[in-house]
Each structure stands twice: as structure tokens, then as C-alpha cells.
Design a binder for this molecule. Sequence first.
Ligand SMILES: [Ca+2]
Ligand SMILES: [Ca+2]
Length: 186
Amino acid sequence: MSIELSKGARLNLSKKEPSLKKIMIGLGWDLRPGNALDLDASVFMIGSNGKIPADEYFVFYNNLKSPDGAIQHTGDNRTGVGDDDDEMILANLGAINANIKELIFIVSIHEAQERNQHFGLLNNAYIRLVDVETSREIVRFKLDEANMNFTDMEFGRLKLEEDGWHFVATGVGASKGLQGYVDIYA
Ligand SMILES: [Ca+2]
Ligand SMILES: [Ca+2]
């Protein structure tokens, strides 16, 4: 059964899902009528110093694969049309570079400032984690009302602890653009 997480909730994946090896992070959104908006999913793969070890450990629409091969972005979706996941990131947990301690998942509106857009234009926005081998959804996290005025958001983190990978639904909205996160983690 899938668990719906609320902001700040934490899930010990290695304990709850001991057989989990490959996960799919799916981002879905629909638009309120009359709007055109491009949402982007990105991942920062962070080392113990809080930074990405090299530029290529920032996986996004212009860099679809991490150097260790563990993270694969399936490509940019610019419309959100359709009911299923609109952007997908595949993660092979066992292949992640041993220096990586945390994966930070960011969702941002492309050119939000230029287009004067924010999350309030979206319907049904969510992020979810799926076990690739069984297609079973493990967790789902919906965009909540409190974030409607923002243009980007840290949706969640996968953190490597002593007892394995934990997923934390951080849900921190902001309006700094994708570059704002690059400035922090690169
Ligand atoms: Ca996109
Ligand atoms: Ca959609």
C-alpha cells in the first residue's frame, strides 16, 4: 500500500522496503485551463560536504545521466499533458557513487519569473516514488496549498543513514529558480 506523506514526514526505505533496488521518481502535473507551464524535475547528488562532487552530479533536462550511471532523467516534458507521470527520474540505489550521501529533488517552473507563473496555476501536482521492479508506488507527496505562491520547491530528499536510505518529504517552497539551487549545491 502506498503511503501519503505530509510535509516533514520521513520513511526508512531500507527497513520498510528491504528488497528495493531501483526506484522511479515521478513528477506529475496538470494545468488550469488557459495556462501553459513547463515544470522541471531535477536532482542534486550531494556529498558529505553538502555539495555536488562535480557538475555532472546535478541531473536535469540538460544533463540526463549522472557519471556513476545511477540516476537517469527520462527527458524534459514541457506541457504536463496526460494523467500519468509527466517527468521521470530513475535511480539505481546500488549504483550510486559511494561519496554521495544525499539526493535532493527539486521541482521548478521553467522561466517562472519571465512568464510571471507560480504553482497556483497547477492542478494535481505530485511527486511519487515507485519500486521499478514491481511497479508498486511506495510514497506519494502532493503539492499543498501552502506552496501555491512559490515557483520552485524542494520536494524531498533521499538520505543515506547508517541503516540505509531514508526518504524525507521536505516540501520547502521558494522562488529562487533552478539557478538558486545550483548556487547553493554546486
Ligand atoms: Ca519540463
Ligand atoms: Ca499531467
